[in-house]
Write a protein that binds this ligand. Structure first.
Ligand SMILES: NC(=O)c1ccc[n+]([C@@H]2O[C@H](COP(=O)([O-])OP(=O)(O)OC[C@H]3O[C@@H](n4cnc5c(N)ncnc54)[C@H](O)[C@@H]3O)[C@@H](O)[C@H]2O)c1
Length: 245
């Protein structure tokens, strides 16, 4: 039987791409409803009985929407960025209590996930690193969820505290970026870009960079569909597509 899916944020850029991808895979999925800002999500879930709700909405709504999806008994597949660490922990606790499978994914693109995996591995050998991420001008949150997740993975695998570069004075506040722990993250917002990220490791006499470039939003869709297939067999809420690969 195809898996019943509701897409929340269906009119947005990611929502529209997801509607297309789910509709094109009718052997595996049935799109039962498309919702947006003016819909009552709880009522829509009750009326259409989706097994999975995919959410691509707004950072400010991500926590509440995920809670609503979980309490309604559907599997959450959350692509919306902006969820905080403590919010993710609360959502994970609730899913474990209910033995409900779900996933929160900062980046669904295979290339971006591999970039994060590589960054985690490289961080075992190169401890000094900076992240530059660039997104379209309409992106509301900074830094991106991908940059935060990359910094988190790097921090988790570093075997030594990095030697800090010689103290530099910021003549202009913010010039050295925002800090996740001691990793500077620089966020660029410009028209003409979808989503790019470069992770630059430095050591005496050498640098090592990994760069991921998004050319079209369709790159996110294989990850979205993979997540939808896998969450049905989970009994907890996982964070990051790499957990399923
Ligand atoms: N995980 C990933 O791989 C990935 C990739 C790209 C974008 N994103 C994230 O997905 C989210 C959506 O991105 P986008 O580019 O499609 O944005 P968008 O602004 O084009 O679309 C968002 C849509 O959600 C709707 N919306 C806003 N608040 C809502 C609410 N409370 N309930 C229901 N609908 C609501 C808006 O009306 C709009 O139609 C952002 O948080 C973005 O950072 C994630």
């Amino acid at each position: 039987m195809p898996i019943r899916i509701l897409i929340n944020g269906a009119q947005g850029k990611m929502g529209q791409e997801t509607v297309k991808a789910v509709s094109e895979h009718s052997k595996d999925f049935t799109l039962v409803a498309k919702t947006g800002k003016s819909d009552d999500l709880t009522k829509s879930i009750r009326d259409h009985k989706p097994q999975i709700v995919i959410d691509f909405t707004h950072a400010d709504a991500a926590f509440k929407n995920t809670q609503t999806i979980i309490e309604a008994g559907a599997h959450p597949v959350i692509g919306t960025s902006g969820l905080l660490k403590n919010q993710i922990a609360l959502l994970q606790k609730r899913c474990s209590e209910l033995k409900l499978g779900g996933i929160i994914v900062p980046n669904f693109s295979l290339g971006a996930v591999l970039m994060m995996k590589c960054a985690k591995e490289i961080a075992r050998h190169f401890s000094i690193v900076e992240i530059i991420e660039a997104h379209h001008a309409g992106k509301l949150d900074s830094p991106s969820g991908t940059a935060m997740r990359t910094a988190e993975l790097i921090t988790s695998s570093r075997t030594e505290e990095p030697l800090q570069p010689a103290h530099t004075k910021e003549t202009l506040t913010g010039a050295r970026g925002a800090k996740y722990g001691n990793i500077p993250i620089h966020s660029i917002r410009l028209p003409g870009i979808i989503a790019n990220q470069e992770v630059i490791f430095g050591a005496p006499g050498e640098t090592l960079s990994i760069k991921h470039t998004t050319i079209d939003r369709q790159c996110f869709m294989p990850g979205v569909l993979l997540a939808c297939k896998k969450v049905m067999g989970l009994d907890k809420l996982v964070y990051g597509l790499e957990e399923l690969m």
